[in-house]
Design a protein around this ligand. Sequence first.
Ligand SMILES: Cc1cc2nc3c(=O)[nH]c(=O)nc-3n(C[C@H](O)[C@H](O)[C@H](O)COP(=O)(O)OP(=O)(O)OC[C@H]3O[C@@H](n4cnc5c(N)ncnc54)[C@H](O)[C@@H]3O)c2cc1C
Length: 474
Amino acid sequence: MAEVLRPADQRFVSRLTARYPRLHMPTFDERFSREPRGLYKCRDALVVAPISVREVSGIVALCNKERIPVIPFGGGTGLVGGQVAPDLERPLVLSLQCLRAVRSINAARDRMTVDAGLTLQEASIAAADAGRLFPLSIASKGSSQIGGIMATNAGGVHVVRYGNARDLCKGIEAVLPDGSVVSCLDELPKDNSGYDLRNLIIGSEGTLAIITAATLKLFRPPGESATALLALNGIEAAHGLLALFMDAFPDQVSAFELINRIGFEFLVETGLRQRLPFGNSSEWLVMVDIGALQKSDVEKHVIKVAEAAEDEALIVDGILAQSEGQREELWAMRELIPSAHIRIGAVASHDISLPAEAIVPFVNSAAQRIAAIGPFRVNCFGHFGDGNLHYNVFPPAGGESREFRHCRTPIVDAIHGLVRGYGGSIAAEHGCGRLKAAELQLHGNSARLAAMRAIKDAIDPHGIMNPGAVFPLA
Ligand SMILES: Cc1cc2nc3c(=O)[nH]c(=O)nc-3n(C[C@H](O)[C@H](O)[C@H](O)COP(=O)(O)OP(=O)(O)OC[C@H]3O[C@@H](n4cnc5c(N)ncnc54)[C@H](O)[C@@H]3O)c2cc1C
């Protein structure tokens, strides 16, 4: 039975500030009330930004005692509404923004322990300063925080080589709802002494604990890299092209991103770029990134692979970045696509993953289903190398997404129905948050859901942690 939760009212604020007279309480503004896609809006909340793990622990314990809902808040870049709670009366938003230290870097052991509030970009720079690479890369790196990255088990463009956040995490420190601190930082390579709490907390989207620090796995940076943008001879060709690159560069393919031409057209339409990288040569393109540890004429070999791909009629055109500047520009174009989407406004967005063999049949069937619903523009793109597509549906040119709000449910039902039919997942790298919580209950595996519920109830018996995320409100 769900307990009745209370608002963080004036009486609670007085108790909190009596205990922590110098508590930092940022203003509840736009940053905390909205999420990037504007789907969820929170009207009121008490925001606190503790300056130590001890403070996090004390605040959460008090919330637990008083039955105040706690919404962990990182960079606010999550795309499934996990960080914004519109249906709760004045929850406490716990921002990690003041916990920003790099606690330690051990380059010899390829590990770095950082506070949860450090941004991904800051963590990557700290690793680079120590001569190492932290390879997780997403377009929101300037704002998203390590705590949010771990809480959502973020993916990004380098999963094909380095794995997702879970694979890149060697330890977690987290505050449980009763205020106790679980410290599993810098774990030993071998430690089978019980349940794996690190992996339970990673991907829990703030519903079990507040992550306060993480130990990250670092890598030797590539000594030589090459980036190419290749125009495909149809989406089917992406499989053959990936196989050619994987064979030619075993363990060195750092990214293999599928791009639809419409994504680049959106950059022009929204004024983010002036022109397309190619003419109208192909509907489908791939951005491939190769990173070799040793200098080994990577560019020459990439050209050879591209020539072989042309001989096999897999590609029709291509650009190989000739300088670091060109490389950065190609990646900037890829990374700006989500910003163009936000400017245009999607009718529906989907973050899905599919078995490799289902990608092409899915794309073909989905195009037919969407066309049957309305005259939409579709940008299907994403991390082809790991079977993760973003299937985003937009109004026709000149239209507004709000005019097509009534089409959202039929579109989502059509796409997610197809994904389930092909044995895929409707929550690939962004998580469930509030956006997919109800659908998860409806279609998820019942034994798995029951086990998840039991874990949630055991760790958070009063249900204060991020109510409404992952599990819908009762
Ligand atoms: C332009 C753009 C591009 C993106 N590209 C990608 C991509 O390629 N791949 C990808 O996976 N994601 C992507 N995202 C989504 C997003 O950036 C990630 O989900 C990111 O991991 C969220 O981090 P955050 O710090 O902003 O978390 P928030 O948005 O603040 O929170 C997200 C969730 O985590 C919880 N949370 C946050 N901090 C903590 C903490 N310390 N302890 C416990 N729970 C916490 C929140 O309660 C919420 O449920 C993108 C987003 C944008 C806007």
